[in-house]
Design a protein around this ligand. Structure first.
Ligand code: EPU
Length: 419
């Protein structure tokens, strides 16, 4: 078993560069199945979710070349065959194969998606959209079959009851080559949706309105190859900004699009965090007294659910009592008992996280229960007195590119050890 071991007390300073966005690239890779030629992605993060997607693409017959942050995928040899179950069910984003295979072949046979345990994560809205586009859904053991029965996917009008990133992107994937026009209302507006629409449009698709709550897709007959730069990961950026404010002595976070982080930065301003916004970077100073603030997550451009956990250690350094409410995933509270184990005054009361500070954390053995809880534990470990050992680190490596190398370069005493 691998663990991350952190010894605190080292001054952290310097520069850290943000990698390409995980939640974009996990959709961009399956999107390439729709192309009739080679697609190259630049700025691909070194995370295990990408490794898994690349493996799946290769099993399906794609030719993949990966060099540093560049990924070149030739999807011409892709065949519509059942996918390796272990990989599919460890990945949340495997649901994007439904949309892209349906779009290319009119049929998809895929295992049910996995991912972090954040409480119930239904895919009913994805399936409703596919059904509205003419697909029939049947279950075969652990697999689900979506099929239009030989006719092309049909453009249609879809209204999502809940704002959903996954179903918005999946509908765009299925609709890009559909017959006719698809309109998505109450679409999610996350930057990752714009990134996927940009790739598809550069492949020849006709998608308008991505980034607003109405997206229109005019189906086209074929999509071609292209080259695309993945947007910076706003969640990784926010995680490093919070970490820099908690333990840094002057850290510059580069490759940041401030516009993607406005609600997060506004909360840090409210706490009293001192930072300088530059053109594509944010410099975070060493902080003095911070103020506790209430957090309520919401779909973009609201405060991102994915940043609630990475921000928690910084909140614990602040003066006062306040709460965190996650309206997207109310069970996204698994970091709370671990923080409490490290000595924090934090608890969950009726779905609401309540904390009071300031707190001095103490190093302890803790468990990363999911990706963002893991990021929170890394920051907590850097803040704590003594040594922190984090287990279940596979969750962290799924989504934080070169995290050990990046933190070591800032001066942290952090390493992975085999138990
Ligand atoms: N929902 C439904 N039915 C559906 C789909 C979603 O009820 O068919 C609900 C969900 O249960 C949730 C809300 O709608 O309460 C929003 O879910 P969404 O579909 O937006 O989530 P997702 O697509 O499964 C992506 C990210 C998550 C991120 C959410 C934020 C990927 C691969 N995952 O998940 O990222 O928290 O959007 O909405 O893009 C992470 O990076 O740590 C992570 C979990």
């Amino acid at each position: 078993m691998r663990k991350i071991v952190i010894n605190s007390g080292k001054p952290l300073s310097g520069e850290v560069a943000v990698s390409g966005a995980k939640n974009s690239v996990v959709a961009l890779i399956p999107a390439i199945i729709l192309a009739d030629d080679i697609v190259t992605l630049d700025g691909v993060p070194a995370i295990s979710d990408v490794d898994s997607l690349v493996d799946i693409m290769e099993v399906m017959g794609a030719k993949v070349k990966r060099q540093g942050e560049t990924l070149e995928i030739d999807p011409r040899g892709v065949e519509n065959k059942p996918m390796p179950y272990g990989k599919i069910n460890s990945l949340r984003a495997s649901y994007y194969f439904y949309g892209s295979l349906l779009g290319r072949f009119g049929e998809a046979v895929v295992g049910l998606p996995g991912g972090c345990d954040l409480g119930p994560r239904p895919i009913d809205l994805h399936l409703k959209a596919f059904e509205a586009m003419g697909a029939k859904i049947t279950y075969e053991g652990d697999n689900m079959r979506l099929s239009t029965g030989g006719t092309p996917v049909q453009g249609t009008h879809i209204f999502f009851d809940t704002v959903t990133v996954g179903a918005t992107i999946n509908t765009m994937l299925a609709a890009a080559k559909a017959e006719g026009r698809t309109v998505i209302e109450n679409a999610a507006r996350e930057p990752e949706i714009i990134d996927v629409a940009t790739l598809l449009n550069n492949m020849g698709a006709h998608i308008r309105g991505a980034g607003t709550d109405i997206i229109t897709i005019e189906g086209v007959k074929s999509l071609h190859g292209t080259r695309h730069q993945v947007i910076p990961d706003r969640i990784e950026a926010g995680s490093y900004i919070a970490m820099a404010a908690a333990v840094g002595e002057g850290i510059k976070i580069t490759n940041v699009l401030y516009e993607h982080l406005e609600s997060f930065i506004a909360k840090l301003d409210e706490m009293g965090v001192r930072m300088t916004i530059e053109e594509d970077a944010i410099f975070v100073e060493k902080q003095e007294q911070l103020k506790a603030v209430n957090i309520k997550t919401a779909p973009y451009p609201g405060f991102a659910t994915d940043l609630q956990q990475p921000l928690t250690p910084l909140l614990l350094t602040a003066h006062g009592r306040a709460s965190i409410v996650d309206t997207i995933y109310e069970k996204r509270v698994n970091h709370v008992p671990e923080m409490a184990r490290m000595g924090a005054n934090i608890s969950t009361v009726g779905g609401r996280i309540v904390y009071e500070g300031p707190n001095q954390l103490t190093g302890a053995p803790v468990k990363a229960t999911d990706l963002r809880a893991g990021a929170a534990l890394v920051t907590a470990g850097l803040m704590a007195e003594g040594q922190t050992e984090i287990t279940n680190i596979e969750f962290i490596l799924r989504g934080y590119s070169n995290i050990i190398e990046k933190l070591t370069a800032l001066g942290a005493d952090i390493r992975i050890v085999e138990d």
